[in-house]
Ligand binder design. Structure first.
Ligand code: SF4
Length: 382
């Protein structure tokens, strides 16, 4: 377990929250902007390094506050530029963060929970069960750690990380407040200044929370579909029994319509051999998504031990993609990255299983696709 110091961790506070904090200790609100720049632009975690803050206030801050990200357990860099961090959070669990560079784009895949309660049948994270929600500091802390590791602080802030996807471990809509706070920090100019179009939340389909999300933020949305009918989706994504496809898609349609500006839903579909990869599934998907403003990412499954599923043949994958494409859909199929650091799907799941046997709480995280905008699944998750 990470030590609980009893101090206020400023890392996860949004600007209004930080302004409130300064007021609460009898200081001016403008201090919030100064401190946010030190934390997020310069990667500082030491109040004494904040040269535009007087000594008296620095001492006051040291007594009641801290800037503390998750503990880095390991950082690996692939020959293809993919990076993977394992970090330990307050609950004692470890989560992973993966960075995939692609041309001028760099996408960071961030976790929202340690474990997951939703138990999707093909997901290694779901098989581990739920451990804890990540705090806002632990979520934005993954961005903070990655940003610092690129050496882009302070001169080239946000150049390495151009996109963030909430597609790591966990269902982000079930850790709503912390995820929203962290995403606001990602987009804030005093945080990481990432465009709302380039911050994506991926959900398995917690329909009511999609409507709640629309009330507070306008990030991009992705839906983990994985099945084109309720009967099959009930098996693969059990939360579908509570929020069936029609309900979820209606919520997604409302959300995307509210975004305006020709923005679309990203639909993720993990292809499982002989389960959901047949022409009739493609036909059902075409009917389901008819006239829906979306783009589709196909994710060929990468088997992990005891998953019970197999990856479809390349021919089956191509056939599925072609059918969607011929129906007029914008569809891509993801490719593998980061295999040499066990960031590839099957490899990562194997490591998760091994570490779990050693009683370490551990998670897997999605990889990102070749376009860098949406992640691939390392054992598909939200
Ligand atoms: S796919 Fe997402 S929602 Fe489903 S069990 Fe995995 S992490 Fe949870």
């Amino acid at each position: 377990m990470t030590a609980n110091t009893g101090k206020v961790n400023l890392l996860g506070l949004t600007q209004p929250q930080l302004e409130q904090f300064f007021e609460s200790i009898g200081e001016k609100r403008f201090r919030a902007g100064q401190v946010m720049k030190w934390i997020h632009h310069f990667g500082v975690d030491d109040f004494d390094a904040m040269s535009n803050i007087g000594k008296a206030l620095r001492e006051k801050l040291k007594a009641c506050a801290e800037i503390r990200g998750p503990e880095i357990v390991s950082e690996d860099i692939s020959s293809d530029g993919t990076r993977k961090w394992v970090v330990r959070v307050n609950s004692g669990s470890c989560v992973e963060t993966v960075y995939i560079p692609q041309g001028s784009r760099g996408t960071l895949c961030v976790s929202s929970q340690a474990g997951c309660a939703l138990d999707c049948s093909f997901c290694s994270t779901g098989k581990q069960g739920f451990n804890s929600d990540l705090t806002a500091a632990e979520i934005i802390g993954q961005v903070w750690i990655a940003n610092k590791s690129f050496g882009t602080v302070p001169a080239k802030i946000d150049r390495a990380i151009t996109n963030v996807v909430m597609m790591g471990m966990g269902e982000p809509l079930l850790n709503f407040d912390n995820v929203v706070a962290a995403m606001n920090l990602m987009m804030d100019d005093l945080g990481y200044g990432i465009s709302k179009r380039k911050v994506t939340l991926s959900t398995s389909g917690v329909a009511p929370m999609i409507d709640e999300l629309a009330k507070v933020i306008d990030v991009s949305l992705a839906l983990s579909l994985h099945a084109p009918n309720d009967e099959l989706r009930n098996q693969l994504v059990p939360i579908n029994k509570k929020y069936p496809l029609a309900v979820v898609l209606d919520a997604c349609r409302r959300y995307v319509a509210g975004l305006g500006e020709k923005r679309v839903l990203t639909v993720e579909y993990t292809l499982l051999k002989d389960v959901n990869d047949q022409p009739e599934h493609a036909a059902q998907m075409i009917a389901l998504l008819k006239d829906f403003p979306c783009k589709i990412n196909l994710i060929p499954f990468n088997p992990f031990p005891h998953s019970g599923y197999e990856r479809p043949s390349n021919n089956a994958i191509r056939r599925f993609q072609d059918l969607l494409h011929q129906a007029g859909h914008n569809v891509t199929t993801r490719t593998t990255r980061g295999e040499d650091i066990d960031a590839a799907c099957g490899q990562l799941v194997g490591q998760v299983m091994d570490r779990t046997r050693r009683s370490e709480r551990y998670i897997a995280v999605r990889q990102l696709d070749s376009e860098g905008e949406q992640p691939r699944s390392a054992g598909p998750r939200t």
